[in-house]
Design a protein around this ligand. Sequence first.
Ligand SMILES: Cc1cc2nc3c(=O)[nH]c(=O)nc-3n(C[C@H](O)[C@H](O)[C@H](O)COP(=O)(O)OP(=O)(O)OC[C@H]3O[C@@H](n4cnc5c(N)ncnc54)[C@H](O)[C@@H]3O)c2cc1C
Length: 436
Amino acid sequence: MRTRQSLALARYASTNTMEKFRVLVIGGGSGGLTVANQIYNRFKAAGRPLNPGDVVVLDAANYHYYQVSRTNNSLMTLVGAGLRPKTDFKRPLASLFPPHIMHIAENVKSFYPETSSVTTTSGRTISYDSLVVAAASLACRRLSPDPSSGVSSIYSYDTCDKVWHDVDALRSGNAIFTQPAGIIKCPGAPQKIMWMAWDNYHKSGRGNNINIEFMNGMPTMFSVKKYSDALNALRIERGIGAEFQHNLVSIDAANKKATFKKADGSTVDRDFTLLHVTPPMGPLDFIKGTSIADPTGWVEVDQATLRHVKPEFGNIFALGDCSSLPTSKTAAAITSQAPVLTENLFSVMDTGKVSSAKYDGYTSCPLFTGYGELMLAEFKYGFEPKESFANYLGDQTKRKRLFYHFGKDLFPWAYWNRMLHGKWFGPSGPFRPKFV
Ligand SMILES: Cc1cc2nc3c(=O)[nH]c(=O)nc-3n(C[C@H](O)[C@H](O)[C@H](O)COP(=O)(O)OP(=O)(O)OC[C@H]3O[C@@H](n4cnc5c(N)ncnc54)[C@H](O)[C@@H]3O)c2cc1C
């Protein structure tokens, strides 16, 4: 018997002279899968279900990674900290599509927003009524695969288990953790792995033999002052050294020397025994320089409606890491962005106008500070805290075991079982927010 998806594919094949879809989503990552399902569900809830295959996701990747990007196979803090096997975080992309969402396993090469179409890497032209861009960002530094280099990164699927190996094997010396200047995915992750290493060393009696240093390209521990102050106090209390506005520029793996550029342009070297690297990141080349991108290369959308800022591209939306939204690039942010985007896309397709749904910049960062404790940073535009649990559990700068289990157990479960199915809505959890 033919499945609904094969029927949709057959329908597509028989009409592919048109190569046109109602909603085309670029990228089958956290944002793309979440929003494709929410859009389908929204039309259904309005009593106007879309046909199987009306919503299409373009993405040539073989695998979907939790907290990772295709381009660098980015990592996971939990693997780097030895808490989960890395296979928990990788699934075949094709297995994640429900029958009613069509997957075309090709990448976009070029955008033609003037004609509401894209071309793919195989040369196909595909047009759409509405376009959603959810194609992430790029981390560009490639790390040495040499197992004796002492260099690793949770930002690479290939090396995230080496992080745990290196951290656990270290008996003495200098352990340096870096964070680059500029925009990165989950800006808390570079220090999460440092806190876990610190806890490991102290619990195993090696703390006095290992110097930990946080070499940070940014001016403070964290972008939100409240959390930054709490983290800096913890750093001092734990005897962890730090330099700010020190940006890693080169690694001499053979001589175990790392070079950092300071704010005044001068450089400083550090000897390392272990070096944990967070690579610099930026917009993807196939978006940069196009008419849908802002001057820096992010898809230029309105920060409240997530609709493209150019009126002539009013059928284009973006969310997640590739968007220009001025908030932290996290999957948590996507859980709040997706329902707003969905509501506005639905309204534009229905009435030509956006709805009242507005994104407030909500994002969150579960800051693991040790085994069994986590500081749950939640904030919105303007780096203003927006804490979901403060009324019940108190100030969220207080590190809690409950939050640790949210980060280690609940969030990964909710990701695979709710979010990617379009059934997780940020701070409102499983309840779709109502927009009036
Ligand atoms: C180490 C690490 C730790 C993190 N920790 C957290 C955390 O604790 N909490 C949290 O909320 N977030 C965390 N994040 C961030 C979170 O994973 C990302 O913000 C989120 O996955 C971004 O989703 P996205 O859909 O924008 O991109 P992705 O999930 O990366 O998906 C992008 C998709 O686009 C596809 N694509 C790329 N180019 C093309 C093309 N030309 N055509 C078609 N498709 C294309 C890719 O194949 C990919 O499938 C972490 C990230 C990292 C790396």
